[in-house]
Design a protein around this ligand. Structure first.
Ligand code: CP
Length: 321
């Protein structure tokens, strides 16, 4: 595993599969292992987040690391302190890993040149969101034995979506079959070079899918009008109940969150059993635990010792008759 995780393109097939190694810890009564005891993880978030920030926090805590949550409001960033000085300050306090979300594409890459700590990209501008792609692959593998040949449509605002870029690259690495679907204004011209098919006809694509992955319409990143109205967008590219009927029975529905219910996905569709959106969130913790463990050189012997201790405790609690 690399020292930093800046782009999903850094990872091999094997790296992607190792991201599942901590899944079981999340199902234990005591969800904690001592693998990163004494290490410090900083969540450096310059943009809002619910899932990614809390998931990294829980992942680090379940590995027994110390966690510092940094947000720009209330910090010296509000007084004009630069990203570099902020990062060097946090590193001087002993950060071993910095998890960064930033509105500027490339900020994690730049940060990795300034600090000794491992840098993990938690979403940078319209560039990439590699840990989201890993948790998405993990979730798909819960429903299909292999990603090889899995047919996925990534639907909507591809132009502004770091999730779409990372997931397309990740699916290509694993042998999946990706179609990017959206209005021409929301599919960037370079998308054809990502190893994906492109379509502007959602209804034509739906019957052939294993995974229908809906993207959030990112109004905050759109500096011009990319479609006539939200109503028109929902009519042409929203996943309605009627469109779900066109999917094969085995197909699953995914969304990275946060959702605009009633825009890219109908509210009742988001709550269907085949919409695995909360599973994606749950799986994010295991994926991020694995990454932190692998990147910070966690002590596997401590995990094995903890497993043995828990086994002993279980035997004492449940003596055989
Ligand atoms: N999927 C995702 O990145 O969500 P948050 O913005 O809540 O972290």
């Amino acid at each position: 595993m690399n020292k930093h995780l800046l782009s999903i393109t850094q990872l091999s097939r094997e790296d992607v599969l190792t991201a599942e190694s901590f899944r079981e810890v999340g199902t234990r009564v005591i969800k904690k292992v001592p693998a990163l005891r004494g290490r410090t993880v900083v969540n450096l978030f310059y943009e809002n987040s619910t899932r990614t920030r809390i998931s990294f926090e829980l992942a680090a805590k379940r590995l027994s690391a110390d966690v510092i949550n940094f947000s720009t409001s209330g910090s010296s960033v509000a007084k004009g302190e630069s990203l570099k000085d902020t990062a060097l300050t946090l590193e001087a306090m002993g950060a071993d890993a910095i998890v960064i979300r930033h509105s500027s594409s490339g900020a994690p890459h730049t940060l990795s040149k300034w600090v000794e700590a491992s840098v993990l990209n938690a979403g940078d501008g319209t560039h990439e969101h590699p840990t989201q792609a890993l948790l998405d692959l993990f979730t798909i593998r819960e429903h299909f034995p292999s990603i090889e040949g899995v047919r996925i449509a990534i639907v909507g605002d591809v132009r502004h979506s770091r999730v779409a870029r990372s997931l397309t690259f990740a699916m290509a690495t694993m042998g999946g079959d990706v179609t990017l679907v959206g209005p021409p204004t929301l599919i960037p011209p370079e998308a054809a070079a990502w190893g994906a098919n492109v379509s502007h006809d959602l209804d034509g694509v739906l019957p052939k899918l294993d995974v229908c992955y809906m993207l959030r319409v990112q109004k905050e990143r759109q500096r011009q009008q990319f479609f006539p109205s939200v109503r028109e967008y929902a009519r042409l590219f929203g996943l309605s109940r009627a469109r779900v009927e066109a999917l094969p029975e085995s197909a699953v529905i995914m969304h990275p969150g946060p959702m605009n219910r009633g825009v890219e996905i109908a509210s009742d569709v988001a709550d269907l059993p085949r919409a695995v959106i909360t599973d994606q969130v749950t799986n994010g913790i295991a994926v991020r635990m694995s990454l932190l463990y692998l990147m910070l050189g966690g002590d596997r012997s401590r995990v094995v010792e903890e497993d043995a201790r828990l086994d002993d405790a279980a035997r004492v609690e449940a003596p055989s008759a």
